[in-house]
Design a binder for this molecule. Structure first.
Ligand code: SIN
Length: 557
């Protein structure tokens, strides 16, 4: 029998993560339920992937656009794996949620701000275009949309007395009844969280827990994601017996700045939306467009197609990067429309009005995640997942650009409504006053730091080489052997030693890597982002069929 203790931190709702999906969950819960909310986040509140989002939020705003067209573009990009009802449900709610953001103080760029002289358009939003969209429908704040959205959400959360933010707190594990080995239906009671400043584990109890920790780009060697993107949410959900869906569909962004001194800087797809052309050096040493050989939408084809085409061109020619040409625009326009990207490129010695931009693909977005419905509900009582952590059926086998911020706005609002409707039942089942305490080994400082960093680098390297843009059965099997050994080492040799943020992140990253590998092995076809050279064709029998991985449960464990 495990030692129990009176719970020190009890809230009505616990939200893990503080990007767009986490903070909009907290705000929607405060609005709809009136309960108390704890937001735990492993760094500073605005230290998140949302802040790096450049492109924007896809939404049907213009009268020449329709929900049906947005649906059709999403389904086409998703390679017959999206859930059309989920797509329509999210797309239709977009305009209302955008208005909510605007009411919070988010500013989106208007046409007159970009110098449109037509007085009739004054105040109208400038709508951008990105890969796979047949219409201009991306609302943006220059090229720093994520930072602008995050700014307004942080301000709203900070001024809401119901919301308590715990920075520098890393979730270790969810407290699910099955994880505790209890009988009966699985229920989430909160989470064990490591306070990195206080250097101790805290128990957070809550009637509902929402995982909103973003993605897992750090599992790959090259990524557009920030350092914290280690797949915590999916790993937490998996260990708590949630179903995990479609992890093989990992999206590689085609254009990351290729420069020895600049780490992970995204060159937004919005540049190609403004006519940017991808080129490669030909045998005569001249830059030549190549995307017309791969897709009718050329440089603006869906992301899976573009990333794979670049990968193929690099392998074919032996070159280290391709080029994005924006020289058809005058410097004044580029500086106004893409001020951040223009400045960053200039810092790296590239004046995009005069020079082509050197780019390569890198890991960007997980289309799979904790399986949920449109309310973010995981099927485990009290447990919800939202944003990149979740798999609602919107993205299918390949996410349409800028649909993710839309999903991260819509699903938290649905979730808050769903929780408000079921509040009495959830309250009746609130966690017991005493919960088992977190137990790990002694507090001995381990000498394993070198092993941690070695394993961390090894995972990222073999995931890039064996489970990247182009896969084969043999490479996947190699990756599987490696990840098993690393997971065994983590569990056997150092999980019981001194707990650190690095160790928690390594454990999550290894769990997610294994989920990606096993999902990729089980899909015997090529579809969307999952390309396996041993099965180059799509198998129509697998249209609409998700890959699901879930830990089996027996109370004796
Ligand atoms: C970009 O700006 O290219 C990224 C947008 C997205 O990933 O949706």
């Amino acid at each position: 029998m495990k030692e129990t203790r009176e719970c020190e931190l009890c809230f009505d709702h616990l939200v893990i993560g503080s990007g767009l999906s986490g903070l909009s969950s907290a705000l929607a819960l405060a609005e709809k339920t009136g309960g108390s909310i704890a937001v735990v986040t492993k760094g500073a509140i605005d230290d998140c992937n949302t802040k790096l989002a450049q492109g924007g939020i896809a939404c049907v705003i213009d009268s020449s656009d329709t929900f049906e067209e947005h649906l059709a573009d999403t389904l086409e990009a998703g390679a017959d794996l999206c859930n059309p009802e989920a797509v329509m449900g999210i797309v239709k709610k977009g305009p209302e949620r955008i208005q909510w953001l605007i009411d919070l103080g988010t500013h989106f760029t208007t046409r007159d701000e970009l110098g449109d002289p037509d007085r009739e358009h004054r105040g109208e939003f400038d709508l951008g275009r990105e890969g796979g969209h047949h219409k201009r429908r991306i609302l943006h704040a220059g090229d720093i949309t994520g930072a602008e959205v995050e700014r307004s959400l942080v301000a709203a959360c900070r001024s809401n007395p119901k919301i308590h933010v715990f920075e520098n707190h890393v979730a270790i594990d969810l407290i699910s009844t099955w994880r505790l080995g209890w009988m009966g239906e699985n229920r989430c009671l909160g989470a064990y969280v490591f306070d990195t400043e206080g250097n101790r584990v805290k128990t957070f109890a809550a009637s509902t827990t929402t995982i909103a920790t973003g993605g897992c780009g750090k599992v790959y060697l090259y990524t557009s994601n920030p350092d914290g993107a280690c797949g915590a949410g999916v790993a937490l959900g998996y260990r708590a017996y949630a179903a995990i869906a479609n992890m093989e569909f990992y999206q590689f962004h085609p254009t990351i700045l290729y420069h020895p001194k600049v780490k992970s800087f995204l060159i937004s797809e919005a540049l190609r939306g403004e006519g940017g052309v991808l080129k490669i050096l030909n045998a005569r040493g001249e830059l030549e467009p190549f995307m017309d050989r791969y897709h009718p939408m050329k440089s603006l084809a869906p992301r899976d197609v573009v990333a794979r085409a670049i990968d193929n061109e690099l392998k074919r020619t032996g070159q280290s990067n391709v080029w994005l040409d924006m020289r058809h625009h005058p410097a004044e326009f580029l500086k106004k429309r893409f001020p951040n990207i223009y400045a960053k490129c200039l810092e790296a010695g590239v004046d995009m009005a005069k020079d082509p931009i050197p780019v390569v693909p890198a890991a960007h977005f997980s289309c799979g995640g904790v399986k949920t419905d449109l309310n973010g509900y995981t099927g485990i009582k009290g447990l919800y997942a939202v944003g990149e952590t979740a798999c609602t059926g919107l993205h299918g086998a390949n996410r349409l650009a800028s649909n993710s911020l839309l999903e991260a706005l819509v699903v938290p609002a649905n979730m808050a409504d769903h929780i408000a409707e079921n509040l009495e039942e959830l309250k009746a089942e609130r966690p017991p006053a005493r919960l088992p305490v977190w137990t790990s080994g002694d507090a001995t400082s381990s000498d394993e730091q070198v092993v941690l960093s070695h394993n961390w680098e090894e995972i990222r390297r073999f995931m890039w080489d064996y489970v990247g843009i182009c896969r084969t059965d043999k490479r996947l099997e190699r990756a599987k052997t490696r990840i098993r050994t690393i997971l065994m080492e983590i569990q056997k040799y150092y999980w019981d030693f001194h707990l650190t943020k690095d160790l928690i992140e390594l454990r999550n990253m290894a769990t997610v890597a294994e989920l990606i590998i096993n999902s990729a092995i089980s899909r015997k076809e090529s579809r969307g982002l999952h390309y396996n050279a041993d099965y180059p064709e799509r198998n129509p029998a697998l249209d609409g069929v998700d890959t699901i991985i879930q830990k089996p449960y027996s109370p004796q464990q």
